[in-house]
Structures are given as C-alpha cells and as structure tokens.
Design a protein around this ligand. Structure first.
Ligand SMILES: Nc1nc2c(c(=O)[nH]1)N[C@@H](CNc1ccc(C(=O)N[C@@H](CCC(=O)N[C@@H](CCC(=O)N[C@@H](CCC(=O)O)C(=O)O)C(=O)O)C(=O)O)cc1)CN2
Ligand SMILES: [Zn+2]
Length: 769
C-alpha cells in the first residue's frame, strides 16, 4: 500500500554522554591509538543507526556522521585540500584531515565560520583558481555499506551539494566559479554512481544556499548541474534538501530535474506554505516536509502539525510522495531527554530532543497512514504538556511584564557622545597607545573543571570552591602583570560557559545535565532553556570582578554576556516575541551593570559574539532584527557614567552586513576576531571608516599553534594602514579558555612584544606619544 514515509535528515554525532568528543580528544592527546579511535567511533555510529531503526524511522541518513565537520568531509572527498597540508603522495590521512581543521605548528588552520544562522561552525574549504578537484575516497559508499552489512538497511546517504559547497568556499575568483563547478559535477556523479551500484535508492543533497536570496541566474546553475547529474546517474533518486528558511524562487525551483524537494515548514513556514498554495507541488516528486523543529527543544503540538501534514498531503501526488522529516538535521539539538532526571517535571514534559523528535515524526507518519484515531492519545498528551507549561507561574511574571510595558520606543542613549567620553576616559585610564588586553577567559584546565565538578557533586564546600577560584584568579592577575598587559581580566574561572553561567543565576532559565550540542570540532555547548520570564535576582559577577580589581592597580574589565548572545545561544520559548525576550534579558543585565559600577568597576565588557549569527537569512527581515539587537544592548549599557568604559566583543563573523549596527551599539571599545580569517575583515572597517575604540585580533586562539611576534606584528601593521592608532587596541581573536597555559603565556608575551614594536614604529611617525 502507498504510504507516507518518515525520514531523518541528520543525527547528532556527539553521543548521549559526549562519547564522540571524548574519543576525539583522546585520540588527539595520544590516549587512544588510531585503531582504537576508529573502532570506538564505528561503534558509536552503529549505535546511532540502531536507535533510529528502533524508533521506526523509515529513511535513515548516513554520511551525517563526521570526525569533525561535514563540510570538511565533503571538501576532502573532492580533494579540496589547501596546498600547505598536501602530502607528497596525495594521501589524505587522519592527520591531514585534523590539521586542516586545527592547524599544526607549521601551518595555520583553515578558517572556521558559522553554518548559516546556527551556533555550528564549519571549516571553510580553501579553493584556488588552480584547484583541480579529484575524488579521494568515497566515504559515503563505505558508510552506506557499513549500515547495510550491520543492519541490512538501505540508508539514504547525505552530502553537501556542489553549489552550496562552492558558495561556502573561499580563495577563488568569482570568474572561476563555473569552471570549478564543471569539474566538480562529474565527481559528484561518480560518487552517486558508486552508491547506486551498491543499492542506494535515494541521496539527500543538501543545498541550504537556496534559502538565501536567490535569482534566476542562480537557479539556472542549479538546473544545469542537476540535469547533468541526473543524466549521468539516472538510477539514483535525488532529494534536494533545504532548511533554515523558505526557499526563494519556489515556482522555478520545483521545475528542477530532481526527484524530491525538502522544505522547512518551521523556520520557513510562512514563505514555503504561501508558495505551495500559490504554485502547487509537482505530482511526480516527493515533498519532504520539515514539520518537526530541528533547532529547538519544545515538544511538537502533534495535533496541529498532523493537520498541517494532512493539508500538505493534498498537494502531493499521493501518500508515497510525502515524507515527514525534521526541519533540518538534528545536529542542532541534544540527543535525548531520557537522562535528564533533575528537570522540573512540568518543563521536562514539554521537551523533545533528537530521539523524541524522531518518535514524533514516526507518530505523525502513523497518524497519516493509519488515521488520526490511531495516534489520538499521543496527540492529546502533547497538547496537555504544552498547555501546562504555558499556564505556569514562571511564564507569567507580572513584575517583568510591567517593566517591559514601561519601555520607551526611543533608542536608549548615553549622556555624552563618543568623542566626549573618549576625552574623559583617557584622563581616567592613562592607557598607552595601542593598549593590550585579552578577551576574558583564561585556560579552563582539567584542574579548573575538576574543581567545579567536585563542588557540584558536593565533595567540595562553597568555601573550598570559592577559595580555589580566587587562587586561580590571583595567579592569572600576576601572570598578566608579568606579561605586561595593560587592561586585565579576571579570567572567568568560575564559569562553565559564558551563557550557561548567566542563565544559572537568572530567573526564567533551566538547565539540562546532558543537553550538549556540537559547536565546532569536539567542542560542545549546553544551551540553557529560557522557558519563563527572565529576571535578575542577585549579583552575578560582582564578587569575582571586585576581587580581581582589588589585586591590581591596572584596570580589570568586568565581563558579561550580552542579551542577544544569551538569546541566540539558548533554547528559547516561542510563545512571546524575540524583542520581548531580548529586553527581558537586557533589563536583567542592566541591574548587573549597575551593581558593577557601584562596586567601582570602570571598564565593563558586554560580549555579543552571536549578534551576527542571529541575523535572519532573508534580506527583508534583517533590519528589524538588528534594531531589536541594538535596542536591547543599549537598554543594558547606555545608562552608565561617562567614565565607565563599555567594551564589547564579537567573533566568527562576517561583519560587512552588521557594521552599522556595531557602530550603533555605541561602545567605547570593540574587540573582534580577525586572525582566524587571516586578516580579511580589516577591509570592512576601512570602508566604514570606523572611529571608536577597536581591537582586531592578532592571535588565532582556535589553534594550539603559538604565533610569532612577527606574525602578530604584521597583523597589527596591516590594520593600522586603515585605522587610526589612537583608537586601536591589541588583543587576541577571542577568549583563551580552550587553550593550555603553556600555549597562552608565550603567545601573549609575543603579543605584548609585537605591540611594543609597533608602538616604537609609530613614535617615529606620530609626535607627542
Ligand atoms: N554557548 C557558547 N557558544 C559558543 C561559544 C561559547 O563560548 N559558548 N564560543 C564560540 C565557540 N564555541 C565554543 C563552544 C564550546 C567551547 C567549550 O570549551 N566547550 C567545552 C564545554 C564547556 C563547559 O560547559 N564545561 C563545563 C564542564 C563540562 C564537563 O565536561 N564536565 C565533565 C567533567 C570535566 C572534567 O572533570 O574535566 C563531566 O561533567 O563529566 C564546566 O566547565 O563546568 C567543551 O566542549 O569541552 C568553546 C568554544 C561560539 N559559540
Ligand atoms: Zn569570542
């Protein structure tokens, strides 16, 4: 009988207890041999397939698993390996693979950047005009066969499509795009041919680039590419998969010569539904409907979603032409709710992580195939759980609602403009030209993490833990003084994560124990859950900052995470507007900043590394988001005294599109990542003629490599060709929590010498300094 199918688009790699992370780091630290590493990761991979099979998913993906990143996997598959990592014999060893991602003492890592508007980071493929793509090892074939041998299942391999891959790559001129694409397409066809020969029926080709603004020329490229592939591999069906927004140019898109389209009906719901209504859907193709949120952790309202699915069914050529899927890969949500024993049952009951989402998909599919009555109890249960949370006290905090209602429409403003503040502040701080500073965190060593674990488990008292944090802070204040940094930080030793830590102290947040999500490589984050109204209770950072400041004559920056970043790096309730949540967090931070000022802290950094990440993918939505962001940031920061210096920090970003918003934050100093992208962003600030305090990172902290004095000096010199030395700061790209002390200390020493050298050069050109 013709049936609707359930399909997954991608499963989390990290494991219920981050077994994958531990295997990777064990291998890097030589605690696991290569054989042990390969065996461990194989067992993990098989267990993920098993789980999906057990839950009853019809179409299970392979190729979603990775040793680091799936974009890097795709680049390596096609031999897109930067020259500096190439081996004589063209072999791509594990060592080559990890060097591209992490760098080594001889070569800088490839750039890493945000995957669309998520907190996942991919390795940017480096391609030159001369690059000759070639097929290395067909890993998809190996993975397909592995699943077949282990479970006898025919899986659906997943690959990043050629156009998305090329558009996300760097290093070639736009004029070479066509030629590169022409050389890639036969290689994709070859991979697909081998898969078809091995028995694959479908391949999922991810082309999320289609949700960015697309024009007819772009679509023509798609048409040519997929025509060619289909002609070369007629036996394999292609699902062209999109996610994160609605597709542009729907009417032409659905004419592409593929066998199915995957559309996002969560983040792209409005646009995709309207297009479907207007243009219908081709009867001979599959509609893979992303109806279960792959990016948030709330239970699906199954009854409503089932109605939506029934509606979609009327557009397809029959039930066998509809698949129910998550809205995107489940890479972006934690693995399972089952191990969360400490959560408030009211909340827990309203949550669904990856495994639970797969069950939801299976339930919806069953409801379509066997009728609503067959799943009625599940529909009722989901509705009830959602309602209970909605009516809870935490979601209805009257005091917070009153404060929000009181807000002015006008952008909050500092009492004096930047020029006036700069004058006042220069008299207070007496900083040298090109002041040196760091971004906030110092190494979170095993010792620091262990101390926190002991304290959490109750093995250490509060006093023991606090003493430990104080000792660590004092140690690093002395280290910073010795290195000769001008503006110090307390080191953030008390923080597990820059977002989770704040969430733990604010009302309206909840935490999981194992709710980890991959951020980049082996690094994971455990986003807090903003499930209620956010409110400030008690000082969060004041004791640590005041203590650090009491140890030294140098200024120590207070260190907070900004409202937009707290929002973007949490799983957020979706029953109130983004602006309301931004402003709730901003009002809470404002109280914290007031407390810091009262404690005599004169420099306060409010980090917004995720501001760029949250930028909507559609042009028409961008301005409103940026306005909300600037409003919330200024609500938190702009009331301060003229002699309180407000800093912010951003990383992993392409700043071009947000430079006006950055300027509108009206901070006294901003520090920005620049070294990891090999200095590229300097041009942005030249174009804009940025006039406020700014530090462009001279040290790529994501690599274990220790940069030389010359290298950092040359980054600073390049920046100073476009920026006024009177506004320029010298700092690393980001915080140093992921680095070891033995990497951090020499690198910062080099940085300070680099600053001294550049200052000396400037003294020849600028008198009176
Ligand atoms: N939320 C967020 N997103 C971000 C960033 C960020 O800092 N935060 N930075 C950018 C880059 N992304 C990053 C993401 C994660 C990490 C990172 O260091 N993550 C750590 C986990 C951090 C953490 O929460 N640590 C906990 C410890 C968690 C833990 O592993 N506990 C172990 C015990 C550890 C031990 O004994 O050694 C256990 O419970 O079993 C703590 O310090 O308390 C990791 O994966 O290793 C760094 C950068 C962009 N996005
Ligand atoms: Zn950063």
């Amino acid at each position: 009988m013709a049936k609707v199918l359930s399909a997954n688009l991608g499963y989390p790699r990290i494991g219920e207890k981050r077994e994958w992370k531990k295997a990777l780091e064990g291998f890097w630290n030589h605690k696991l041999t290569e054989t042990e590493f390969l065996e461990t990761t194989k067992q993990l991979r098989l267990s993920y397939l098993q789980k999906q099979k057990d839950r009853g998913v019809d179409l299970i993906p392979v190729g979603d698993f990775s040793f680091y990143d799936h974009v890097l996997d795709t680049a390596v598959l096609f031999g897109l390996i930067p020259e500096r990592f190439k081996q004589h014999d063209d072999a791509v060893t594990l060592d080559t693979y990890f060097s591209i991602a992490r760098g080594n003492q001889n070569a800088e890592a490839s750039e890493m950047t945000k995957w669309f508007n998520t907190n996942y980071h991919y390795i940017v493929p480096e391609i030159s005009n001369q690059t000759k793509p070639r097929l290395t090892t067909n890993r998809l074939l190996d993975l397909f066969n592995e699943a077949k041998e282990a479970f006898g299942i025919t899986t659906k391999p997943v690959i990043v499509g050629p156009i998305t891959l090329l558009k996300l790559s760097k290093g070639y001129d736009a004029t070479h795009f066509d030629a590169l694409l022409r050389s890639l397409v036969p290689l994709y066809s070859e991979v697909f041919t081998q898969l078809a020969a091995a028995g694959a029926e479908w391949i999922q080709v991810d082309e999320p680039i289609l949700v960015r603004t697309t024009n007819n020329d772009d679509l023509n490229i798609f048409k040519q590419v997929y025509q060619q592939i289909k002609a070369a591999v007629p036996g394999l069906k292609i699902l062209l998969q999109t996610y994160f927004e609605s597709v542009d140019c729907y009417a032409d898109l659905i004419k592409l010569p593929v066998d199915g389209f995957g559309l996002d009906f969560i983040d792209g719901a409005a646009g995709n539904l309207a297009a479907l209504e207007q243009f219908g859907f081709p009867k001979d193709k599959v509609l893979a409907a992303g109806l279960v949120d792959g990016r948030n952790i709330w239970k699906t309202n199954l009854a409503d979603t089932l109605s939506q699915a029934e509606k979609l069914l009327t557009f397809t050529g029959g039930p066998e032409k509809l698949w129910i899927t998550p809205s995107c890969s489940l890479l972006h949500v934690p693995v399972t709710i089952e191990n969360e024993t400490a959560l408030d049952p009211l909340l827990k009951d309203a949550l669904a992580f990856a495994d639970q989402k797969l069950s939801e998909i299976v339930t919806l599919t069953k409801g379509l195939n066997e009728g609503r009555a067959s799943v009625q109890p599940a529909l009722d249960a989901a509705r009830q759980s959602i309602q209970h949370l909605q009516q809870s006290e935490q979601r209805n905090n009257r005091a917070v609602e009153a404060e929000l209602a009181d807000l002015d429409k006008e952008l909050p403003k500092r009492p004096k403009d930047y020029a006036a503040r700069q004058k006042i502040q220069s008299e207070v701080f007496h900083l040298p030209l090109l002041p040196t500073t760091t971004i906030g965190s110092f190494p979170q060593t095993a010792e620091v993490r262990q101390a926190r674990r002991k304290w959490r488990k109750g093995e250490w008292t509060d006093a023991q833990y606090n003493d430990f944090i104080k000792e660590e802070t004092e140690k690093w204040i002395r280290i910073q003084e010795e290195i000769g940094l001008d503006v110090l930080v307390h080191g953030e030793f008390e923080r597990n994560d820059m977002v989770e830590y704040f969430g733990e102290k604010l009302d309206g947040f909840a935490f999981t124990r194992f709710g980890w999500v991959q951020s980049y490589g082996s690094r994971c984050v455990k986003p807090p859950l903003i499930y209620g109204d956010v409110a400030w209770q008690t000082a969060i950072t004041v004791a640590e900052s005041a203590f650090a400041q009491s140890l030294t004559q140098s200024p120590v920056k207070g260190m907070l995470t900004g409202p937009v970043t707290i929002f973007n790096w949490s799983f957020v309730r979706n029953d109130i507007s983004q602006a309301d949540v931004f402003n709730q967090i901003a009002l809470a931070l404002k109280k914290e900043i007031q407390a810091l000022e009262e404690a005599g802290i004169r420099m306060i950094q409010v980090d917004e590394p995720a501001l760029r990440e949250g930028l909507p993918l559609k042009e028409e939505k961008k301005a409103a988001y940026l306005h909300r962001s600037v409003y919330a940031f200024r609500l938190a920061t702009s009331f301060v005294r003229n002699d309180t210096q407000i800093h912010t920090h951003m990383c992993y970003s392409e700043f071009d599109e947000i430079i006006d918003a950055i300027d509108a934050l009206d901070t006294d100093v901003i520090s920005i990542e620049a070294a990891r992208s090999h200095g590229e962003i300097i041009a942005t600030f030249e174009k804009f003629a940025y006039k406020k305090g700014i530090g462009l990172g001279v040290y790529d902290i994501h690599s274990p490599r220790i940069p030389s004095v010359e290298e950092m000096q040359s980054y600073a010199e390049r920046a100073l060709q476009v920026l006024d030395p009177h506004i320029f700061w010298i700092n690393p790209d980001c915080g140093l929590k992921t680095r070891k002390p033995e990497e951090t200390i020499p690198a910062l020493k080099h940085m300070v010498v680099a600053a001294q050298n550049v200052r000396a050069e400037l003294h020849h050109t600028i008198p009176n300094n």
